[in-house]
Design a protein around this ligand. Structure first.
Ligand code: NAD
Length: 494
């Protein structure tokens, strides 16, 4: 048998199960992108709110692409196991906050109906960095086929932008107040960024719809819809078949898609909700006026280190974060990276970087997570600007020297080039892979390679320090190509 409302009472005594009547919960949140992260983070916080009696915030989960999560969770009444793992310990918690699941490509109308439902007051998103469809310069990628499709077919959207714009249009027409849009992806100023991209999308949409005499939606989105930014933090590796087998053994019933995570969790949210919100602060969420400093600390220290560990780890043959981090050379490298990134963070924002990096070192050492370096390596072109390039630009502007930051960029390029050679083909992927692979196959000199990669990915575009960054990265790439990471560290004095 499998996990479901009917089998909940059969679970072993140590397993935590929803301590509330799921049947009495009303929908309040639509979530786009029901991946592992959402299920370990926001859905767990909302589950705690429900257990405390807040029954108006049930989650309707929407997949914009694959039916895989719906196929796993629907037969289980939306239930799944969250396994909270630290070296030597594991706590199992069944999460009940996801009430139903929709698959957008199968039925876009049902997704629009959920978004338009007046009970829906918050829309949250974890659709990965690349799904925001930003062009290399940072604006909306107006040449993307899905954007072109959504502008031509506003009632049958494919992208998050298309769904949000159409739903907000319908709500406005029906006199339903807009929902709050809460972005939980690792983008810089994620709420403000999505606000800007969606306003840009809506202006194009207004332009193409104006002939039909419809009223515009861009002004409404620009001025009436709340887009709080948020910093989200919990390490959530992709679930493996071994995890499924182990969890089924512990539960005594099958769970088609349990989620693995660490004990640590953090959520800092800008308190800007136009249509209400759960009392999250009672459950460990920090509500603030400005999330920017927290977000930068997390992107530059956690995510920046993660990218360094991933690319240097892959080049050194380490399959997981804990193993790479146990390599003394990489451990030293991460300390050096932190020392370069910390001075770029604001001094007067009350950030405790010493405690934060000490906690990170402990989290990266968690051997129970087996967080794969190849998973973190995905989508580097979308991740490095906010994790690494932003710190490097600020160091150059302040006149401080650095070596670790640009070595991460060089290691990304070297790891991309190693696919199909020392690393398996498609060991990790990137939305720019077609162009990237064609470029790297030419095996141009380091300087030309790095210049072309910066052009392709839009790194430091239109920035005065762009050429300096390219030159520093190229020097590092020369060392990595010739000597591999460990000797490159020595040559660069790391
Ligand atoms: P996942 O692979 O489990 O899920 C990704 C989700 O995004 C899926 O629902 C997938 O369908 C959707 N998606 C992927 N590409 C898409 C596209 N092009 N268009 C629309 N939807 C798309 O990944 P995850 O672990 O849930 O992570 C998702 C995001 O959450 C990350 O990219 C990051 O921004 C954020 N996050 C993750 C972690 C973590 O540790 N996993 C930590 C903090 C933040």
């Amino acid at each position: 048998s499998h996990l479901s409302d009917a089998t909940l009472h059969k679970l072993p005594a140590g397993t935590k199960i929803p301590a509330y009547d799921r049947g009495r919960v009303a929908r309040g949140i639509v979530h786009l992108g029901v991946g592992a992260f959402h299920r370990a983070h926001q859905a767990a916080y909302v589950d705690e709110c429900m257990a405390a009696g807040e029954t108006g915030w049930g989650i309707v989960g929407v997949s914009l692409r694959s039916p895989d999560t719906r196929d796993a969770l629907s037969p289980q009444d939306g239930l799944y196991t969250l396994a909270i793992r630290s070296s030597g310990e594991e706590e199992l918690r069944v999460i009940g906050s996801i009430q139903s699941m929709l698959v957008a490509p199968e039925d876009p109308g049902a997704v629009l109906a959920a978004l338009t439902d007046p009970r829906t007051r918050i829309v949250t998103l974890t659709i990965t960095e690349k799904a925001y469809l930003r062009a290399a310069g940072g604006g909306l990628d107006t040449a993307h086929p899905d954007i072109i499709h959504d502008l031509a077919n506003p009632q049958m959207p494919r992208t998050a932008h298309g769904f949000l714009a159409e739903a907000l249009t319908r709500r406005l027409a029906a006199g339903t107040p807009p929902f709050t849009v809460l972005c939980c992806d690792n983008l810089p100023a994620n709420g403000a960024t999505l606000h800007r991209l969606l306003t840009e999308f809506a202006a194009l949409r207004d332009g193409s719809l104006s002939a039909a005499g419809d009223t515009g939606i861009a002004d409404h989105i620009a001025n009436q819809v709340a887009f709080p930014s948020s910093m989200v933090d919990r390490i959530v590796p992709a679930t493996t078949d071994a995890d499924r087998t182990r969890i089924a053994g512990e539960l005594g019933v099958d769970d088609a898609w349990p989620v693995m995570t660490e004990p640590f969790r953090q959520w800092v949210v800008e308190d800007n909700f136009s249509a209400g919100r759960p009392d999250w602060e009672k459950f460990g969420v920090t509500m603030v006026g400005d999330v920017g400093p927290f977000e930068d600390m997390k992107l530059r220290l956690l995510n920046g280190a993660h990218s360094g560990i991933a690319y240097l780890g892959l080049l050194s043959g380490h399959a997981t974060v804990d193993r790479a981090f146990a390599d003394p050379a990489i451990r030293r490298f991460v300390d050096g990276l932190w020392a370069e990134a910390i001075p770029t963070l604001p001094e007067d924002a009350g950030l405790d970087t010493a405690t934060y990096t000490a906690e990170l070192a402990e989290r990266f050492s968690n051997t129970a997570l087996a967080h794969r370096t190849a998973q973190i390596a995905n989508d580097g072109s979308q991740k490095l600007p906010q994790r690494i390039i932003a710190s490097a630009i600020e160091c150059l502007e302040a006149g401080t020297e650095f070596v670790h930051l640009t070595l991460v960029v060089a290691a990304w390029i070297a790891a991309c080039a190693a696919r199909g050679k020392t690393l398996p083909e498609n060991h990790f992927t990137d939305p720019l892979d077609a162009a990237l692979t064609a470029l790297l196959d030419q095996q141009l000199p380091a300087n030309e390679t790095v210049t072309a990669v910066f052009d392709l990915a839009g790194f430091a575009r239109d920035h005065a320090e762009r050429q300096t960054l390219i030159e520093l990265t190229a020097v590092h790439l020369v060392h990595l190509r010739r000597d591999g990471p460990i000797l490159a560290f020595a040559a660069l004095g790391i």
